[in-house]
Design a protein around this ligand. Sequence first.
Ligand SMILES: [Zn+2]
Length: 189
Amino acid sequence: MMYNLKFTYYPHPTLREKSAPIQLKDGAPPEEILNLLRRMKRVCLEYDGIGLAAQQVGLVLPVAVVGRKIRRGEKGDIGDYKLIGVVNPKILAQSTEILWREEGCLSFPGLYFEVPRPAWIVVRAWFDDTKKVEDRRLEMMDARVAYHEIDHLSGILFIDRIDEVARAKIRKELKRIAREHPEQVPIEI
Ligand SMILES: [Zn+2]
């Protein structure tokens, strides 16, 4: 089975759908999900992103690609980031310390603004680099990227993480995106 991927731009309703966890078999996701993750990584590279959620390729599944900063001696997949596939990610804990940093989203081309996120989080997921379910503590940008993608899997977008005043400032940009981009574009990957 091959999933049909379509790149999904704001305000397509799929971006608002919430995925349910999928059943692992012998501790691993089914082959079609692994195949989907491989394709999503290629999409992420092609679109020049450091994260991608299933909703952004038109699928309501608990599957995402999350960039994490490379460590010493490592080679990045995209800039300084390595792309890790996650299935069924869940945030177990987060810092009370909140950091504001600029974020973008492939479903909102050209839109960047400061978003508050915890300085660190603990994520439980099946990770494709170790091929098992683990709890991982992620910090700084790694935490931010993972949080952003995990939000997507629940139908939450970065525009939901700011208040009314901040949102008023980007209203024009949202209109521009809706005007300039078709809501879905088939992906040949
Ligand atoms: Zn996004």
